[in-house]
Design a protein around this ligand. Structure first.
Ligand code: UDP
Length: 375
């Protein structure tokens, strides 16, 4: 029977970084994924020369030099800068909230005028201690920005009223009093040229990789073996990057996730919307955004591929995308975490394994930290 030092369940970014580190340390690694492809949710697929972000748009950004240097070993990054446009009814605004947004909204020109406008709206509200996302947002940006650019979008994305959402989500949208449309504040940013799948492919070199294998069906945790399409293999340690609640068969009940559904189509035109990301911030439009994939890589192909993104509540069997990190779920997660600490020779990691809304750079950072400790 073939024996591996590590079995990595999940061929997404977290699992791939650990695999790369483990192979570099001389360990034997088997990576499996229940989907029929590697790269998890950063998987990109080439359609008519365009790299389509099949599980939603991914833009790599970080301020951590170590993370940046590490990821650059596996791809060249282009100079894409994320500058989404928000559409509210028939009004167009730049994101993140900056002087372009404010001047369009109020016909003003200077930072001082913008600050005064926002401050006067905040004063009127008189919120002392924000208790939820709505109050947090209102007390940061005032009424107009909240009503036009935050409320509808956030309620669609999270499927809950803003009064029932945790305040921290909104920290991703700071105010900026310059005419700078760069969505991120990070020092480094870009799209992996040729698509993100290539990064994972390179990271997995030196490991055995098998897709279309479901650990929760084919694995035997007591024996530490796995039925790999008819061949039995064994392992010393397990890295599990799937849902922690599913691993424990939802023993304490399921954690909540948001799922996303994409309506993707290729259009016989060169340029559909002129930007990679258009956010639809009113509640009446059922999707949250339209992604036009070619613009991530400045594509000049004759056709274009767009994806409408619909947010929905996760149900068993669907793809989980976003953990809903509110008090109730975080409490429940702590119970699963306590349980996981009793699992011998099993490591849980990644967005699903740790139930945290990690960006790609945080995933890499966490995986590197864990690898250092483990190896
Ligand atoms: N958001 C918003 N309006 C927008 C875009 C984002 O109010 O036009 C808020 C919303 O609450 C969302 C959060 O910012 O949940 C994070 O959005 P982002 O697009 O940065 O997250 P991603 O889905 O890309 O991880």
């Amino acid at each position: 029977m073939k024996k591996y030092d590590y079995l990595v369940v999940g061929a997404g970014l977290y699992g791939a970084v650990f695999t790369e580190r483990a192979v570099a340390a001389g360990k034997s690694v088997l990576v499996i994924d229940r989907r029929d492809h590697i790269a998890g949710n950063i998987y990109t697929k080439n359609v008519s020369g365009i790299n389509v972000h099949v599980y939603g748009a991914h833009i790599f950004h970080t301020s951590d030099k170590k993370v940046w240097d590490y990821i650059c070993r596996f791809a060249e990054f282009n100079n894409y800068v994320n500058s989404p446009i928000a559409i509210y009814k028939d009004e167009l605004y730049n994101l993140p909230f900056n002087m372009n947004t404010f001047s369009k909204m109020w016909g003003i020109r200077t930072p001082e005028e913008a600050k005064e406008k926002i401050a006067s709206q905040i004063r009127e509200l008189n919120i002392t201690e924000p208790k939820n996302l709505e109050e947090q947002a209102l007390s940061l940006v005032g009424t107009d920005v909240y009503e036009k650019l935050i409320k509808g979008y956030t309620e669609k994305q999270w499927g809950r009223p803003c009064t029932e959402l945790p305040a921290f989500i909104i920290k991703r949208l700071p105010l900026r009093f310059t005419y700078n449309n760069n969505y991120f504040n990070d020092r480094y940013q870009g799209i992996a040229m040729g698509g993100f799948t290539g990064i994972v492919e390179k990271m997995l070199k030196g490991a055995d990789v098998c897709t279309g294998v479901d650990f929760l069906k084919e694995g035997n945790r007591e024996e530490k073996t796995l039925d790999l399409k008819g061949e039995k293999v064994s392992y010393d340690k397990l890295l599990f990057t799937g849902q922690i609640d599913e691993y424990f068969d939802y023993k304490y009940g399921p954690l909540e996730y948001r799922s996303v559904r994409f309506e993707t189509e290729e259009l016989q035109m060169e340029n559909y919307q002129g930007n990679a990301v258009m956010n639809f911030t009113e509640k009446e439009v059922p999707y949250t955004r339209i992604i036009e994939h070619k613009h991530f890589e400045f594509g000049t192909q004759p056709t274009t591929v767009i994806s409408k993104e619909y947010s929905s509540e996760w149900t068993k069997g669907a793809e989980p995308y976003y953990p809903v990190n509110n008090e109730k779920n975080d409490g429940l997660y702590e119970k699963y975490k306590a349980l996981s600490e009793g699992e011998k020779d099993v490591i849980f990691g990644g967005r699903l394994g740790e139930y945290k809304y990690y960006d790609m750079d945080k995933v890499v950072m966490k995986a590197l930290e864990m690898s250092d400790k483990e190896l």
